[in-house]
Ligand binder design. Structure first.
Ligand SMILES: [Zn+2]
Length: 141
């Protein structure tokens, strides 16, 4: 049985992550060993937490796409492909991940388990951002 971790700051359900991922994103390393989780709530200032420590988004080496709406934030962390590059590629007619990767000339993938801030595949975020870009290009909110 797995227990969903709860963010101690905002109370939202969080995502379990490996210590390796936290070490990769934390400015202060090594981090204490423990059962780490990531708060994915967009407005919460806590990025990672375990029972002994909390790490704020300000104390990370990289920005998190789910907390930071900036255009220069990576969506695919394997190749540091940014939201802006996705928007631009979609504006030029790209509609799939591989088309965006080709236009941006960034196709490094498969390192998600350590390079993605949630230790998850970048694919879902990538698809979500492509969809967002399509709506934006059509002038929809
Ligand atoms: Zn939180």
């Amino acid at each position: 049985m797995t227990i969903t971790p709860i963010c101690p700051k905002c109370g939202a359900p969080a995502v379990s992550v490996s210590q390796e991922v936290v070490e990769r994103f934390s400015e202060d390393t090594p981090v204490p060993s423990g059962r780490w989780a990531a708060c994915v709530s967009a407005t919460c200032a806590v990025a990672y937490f375990c029972d002994r420590q909390q790490i704020a988004t300000d104390d990370l080496t990289q920005r998190l796409w789910y907390k930071d709406k900036g255009m220069d934030v990576p969506v695919c962390y394997c190749s540091q492909l940014t939201r802006e590059e996705i928007r631009r590629a979609v504006a030029q007619g790209a509609g799939t991940i591989s088309e965006v990767q080709r236009m941006a000339q960034k196709n490094r993938m498969g390192f998600c388990s350590t390079e993605n801030p949630l230790g998850l595949c970048c694919r879902d975020a990538f698809l979500w951002e492509i969809n967002e870009a399509k709506h934006k290009n059509r002038g929809e909110p």
